[in-house]
Design a protein around this ligand. Sequence first.
Ligand code: UDP
Length: 242
Amino acid sequence: MIERVEILGVKVDAVTMAQAVERVIKLIGEKNPSIVATANAEMLLRATHDDELKNILNAANLVVPDGAGTVWAARHLGKFMPERVAGFDLVQELMKIAPARDIKFFLFGSAPGIADKAKLKAETLYPGIKIVGTRNGYFKAEDEPEIISKIKNSRADILLAALGVPKQEKWLAKYKDELKIPVSIGVGGTFDVMAGVVKRAPLWMQRARLEWLFRAMLQPSRAGRLIALPKFVLKVHKQKIG
Ligand code: UDP
């Protein structure tokens, strides 16, 4: 049995990367469409004042501990959290095993051209992988029926949605039953990194739990978002002391 750790009102699964991959494979085989979320500190903080997001996360079939902040929070609360499961890494692990298991992906989101570049990258890295469709993430409400039928008709097993938090979670929750894709995952900036337009922090920085700092340095427009981290730490500490 995998434990769920409640962090600021959101239940996060205490899974390793291997267990997360195993769970996604299992969800593909189930009848009802599933949602997988990758919870980092910023998302968990947002959920404290966004009930719609909070409810979506608590209803999700799997919430992985994305980010050093989430792992820290669980442990600070005295709970077991085996390791960090970054959304980007989870996608790579799933793509790695996809050809052998005939798992098909649809890449939805990011600026025009980015999902196509991510597709090419995946095809180079994981020969034989089936990316059965792409669609950029900039659209109007009236474009949605066309997007929904494109995704639905692709018959993908996994829909990766990169629209940013909380847009991707809300969009997936709203349309999952219509889309009928077995597993949908909100993956934030994953296609940007795969396409090579945004760099991932070097391994030493990831290991030093400084990926957030690297991102802020690389995209100064995101620096304002750093304020979320001390806020998150304070709120988790408040939760701990009661
Ligand atoms: N994005 C999108 N449609 C939108 C807003 C954002 O497709 O209406 C994309 C954006 O181009 C980027 C991703 O969503 O590729 C969000 O990346 P970010 O790293 O900001 O993710 P977050 O930290 O919000 O999960």
